[in-house]
Write a protein that binds this ligand. Structure first.
Ligand SMILES: O=C(O)CCC(=O)/C=C/C=C(\O)C(=O)O
Ligand SMILES: [Fe+2]
Length: 314
């Protein structure tokens, strides 16, 4: 019952507004190395823990967590669009097993995922449909959110289920670390924005283009130092990565208010990493490697990557 973990930041801005070539090349080298590891491992099942950015999940019904038993990628920004090869019965059994472990999780037979899941799959596997995949949505942008501890426990419960399948499993955490791109908040939103956050599924091409243009403009302003968005916080990011490597239970002490204060509103995406490490931890002691970290203002992101495996497998 082998397991491997890959966690990495994502950005919708890659290919739209890139950092200097040496930085971009370094990121692409790290991504290529991760992909080579995954292809050599040849997983029988990928579980991708990922947030959504008001593309598949809205306030008409916003769960803290949701397992996808069938899913399509919408293809926002430059991410791939199309169906994910989800083993539906296995995903349903996973949800059943998590619920039996006293962790409440929703189940979707028609999940829409965005770049949060799709970019990680493309980077790590070369496409959306290379391996069977179960997407697990973790609400990371739409308050109120579950605690980080709850994300860890969700991951652990999924890890215990995965161990029982006997499959060669890859768990992926997509997102983070400190960052605050211009994802709107419901509190204080105009009627028009509130409607988009509550029921904005399948926007018009013009609506989508306007959203994407706003993000690009925000990245340019942020990089020029002309932005009210939360600054990146490399110290906090590296401390978080260290927790993932050696002190996972310490996340239980990180409150949601402190995450927003120290890392910015979208830093809550770290819960995708926490869930992935939680799943790995269910297999016993593990060894993790910090593959990359750099604050990248062009992508409004404290950008990191780690991989890990059980000690016994190393
Ligand atoms: O509607 C939009 O596109 C709003 C902006 C947005 O979704 C930005 C997302 C950024 C990330 O996913 C990220 O940096 O993690
Ligand atoms: Fe994101």
């Amino acid at each position: 019952m082998p397991i491997r973990l890959e966690c990495l930041s994502h950005t919708p801005l890659q290919g739209y507004f890139d950092p200097a070539p040496d930085v971009l090349n370094e990121v692409e080298r790290v991504q290529a190395a991760a992909r080579a590891r995954v292809l050599a491992y040849d997983p029988e099942l990928v579980v991708v823990f990922a947030p959504d950015h008001y593309n598949g999940f809205f306030y008409d019904l916003m769960p803290p967590f949701c397992i996808g038993a069938a899913a399509d990628s919408i293809g926002d920004y430059k991410s791939l669009a199309g169906p994910l090869p989800v083993p539906g019965a296995l995903a349903r059994d996973m949800a059943q097993s998590v619920l039996a472990a006293d962790i409440d999780v929703a189940l979707s037979w028609r999940m829409q995922v965005d770049h949060g899941a799709a970019q990680a799959l493309e980077v790590l596997t070369g496409g959306l449909d290379r391996f069977p995949v179960i997407p697990v949505f973790i609400n990371s942008v739409a308050p109120p959110m579950a605690t980080l501890r709850r994300a860890r426990l969700l991951g652990e419960a999924i890890g215990r289920f995965l161990a029982r399948t006997g499959k060669r499993v890859l768990v992926v955490g997509s997102g983070g670390i400190s960052h605050e791109p211009p994802v709107p908040l419901l509190a204080g939103a105009s009627d028009e924005v509130a409607e988009r956050l509550i029921a904005g599924r399948n926007p018009t091409p013009e609506g989508r283009a306007a959203r994407q243009a706003r993000t690009l403009a925000a990245a340019k302003a942020f990089t020029a130092g002309d932005s009210g968005l939360h600054p990146l916080n490399p110290e906090w990011d590296l401390a978080f990565m260290e927790k993932m490597a050696s002190e996972l239970l310490a996340v239980d002490g990180m409150t949601n208010d402190a995450i927003t204060r120290d890392g910015g509103r979208s830093a809550h995406e770290i819960r995708a990493w926490v869930a992935a490490f939680g799943a790995l931890s269910a297999y016993g002691p593990y060894r993790a490697t910090n593959d990359f970290y750099r604050p990248i203002p062009e992508w409004i992101a404290g950008f990191g990557a780690m991989h890990a495996a059980p000690v016994a497998a190393a």
